[in-house]
Design a protein around this ligand. Structure first.
Ligand code: PBG
Length: 331
């Protein structure tokens, strides 16, 4: 196809609002959004997170309100992350198996509030429960073991499913964990529990505010580079996705978001499977810092970045701006 001026003037179709609307290639709606929510202990608590201005931790008795808000805004799924009290954290992260832990209580509160009107995604990784802040178990040398960690993660996943969660989100990046969780779900009769695997998750500097939010940042010694991916790698992300799909993932995730849109695009084109992107805490904080500095308009920045994910081929986006974006989209 050749186009030449003036037969073709690309500004023709941009000249009016109706025409721009008619030629728009992608659309963003509240149903594209997944809203991550932090839960904390106590009653009647809203605890603002300093590094995530505008985002709070909510006590379990108040999480139902947020869940109802999500439903009323047309957001289909929330993701739950716990800030485990310090005295319940341990070397082995055993609190992850407690049927009465913050995550399980929050799942039940959300189901009580919204039933099947709202999906619940829960994170499988030990970092909110360990004193060392790593996602798995450490051996004597401080190395994060794989197979022993997977056994713990399977129990964590079953604990969440028994509390009523709909989608398991393994965010730990251990090898073989999707297979192990899928087998355990099938054997337990949980045939319709979905797995959204954090398949291409990078060892990123963009997770700082999240680690503050769940209280694992101060504890974390070292980094997560022996299990999370090297930001230099793209082909390897396709291998991660391919394996997680073969192991039983229903959908895959790329994380972080904006700096990894090339990966979203490649995964979507290669596999044509539901591909989600996580616009992570550091990305949210960057937008809010730009707004606070007078460097940009919040509403426009939020909608433009979220649309970029759709254009790259994402099926949906996890974002801390979900409620705000949904409000804007609903007019
Ligand atoms: C835990 C987990 C992390 C995030 C989601 N699940 C942090 C990490 O891997 O250290 C980050 C989310 C965000 O930054 O918004 N495994």
């Amino acid at each position: 196809m050749t186009a030449s001026y003036p037969n073709t003037r690309l500004r023709r179709t941009r000249a009016t609002g109706w025409s721009r609307s008619m030629h728009r290639e992608n659309i963003l709606t509240p149903s594209d959004l997944i809203w991550p929510l932090f839960v904390t202990s106590g009653k009647g608590v809203e605890d603002p997170i300093a590094t995530l201005p505008g985002v709070s931790r909510w006590s379990v008795d108040r999480i139902g309100e947020r869940a109802k808000e999500a439903v009323s805004l047309g957001i289909p799924v929330i993701a739950i992350f716990p800030n485990t009290p310090a005295d319940k954290r341990s070397e082995g992260g055993e609190e992850a198996h407690n049927p009465d832990n913050l995550t399980c209580r929050a799942i039940k509160a959300v189901k009580d509030a919204c039933g099947d009107d709202l999906g619940i995604l829960t994170d499988v990784a030990l970092d909110p429960y360990t004193t060392h802040g790593q996602d798995g178990l450490l051996d004597a040398n401080g190395y994060v073991t794989n197979d022993d960690s997977v056994a713990m993660l399977v129990d964590q996943a079953l604990n969440q499913v028994e509390a009523g969660c709909d989608i398991i989100g393994p965010s730990d990046m251990m090898d073989g964990r999707v297979h192990a969780i899928r087998m355990a779900l099938e054997m337990g009769g949980h045939h319709n529990t979905q797995i959204m695997s954090y398949a291409a998750k990078y060892a990123s500097a963009f997770y700082g505010p999240f680690r503050d939010a769940v209280g694992s940042g101060g504890a974390l010694k070292g980094d997560k580079k022996t299990y999370q991916m090297d930001p230099a790698n793209g082909d390897e992300a396709l291998r991660e996705v391919e394996m997680d799909l073969a192991e039983g993932a229903d959908s895959v995730m790329v994380k972080p978001g904006l700096a990894y849109l090339d990966i979203v695009r490649r995964v979507h084109e290669r596999f044509a499977v539901p591909t989600f992107a996580y616009q992570v805490s550091g990305e949210y904080a960057m937008i809010e810092a730009a707004v606070a500095a007078g460097a940009g308009d919040r509403d426009a920045l939020v909608l433009e970045t979220l649309m970029a994910f759709k254009r790259a081929g994402a099926s949906g986006v996890l974002t801390y701006h979900a409620a705000h974006a949904a409000r804007l989209l609903n007019g």
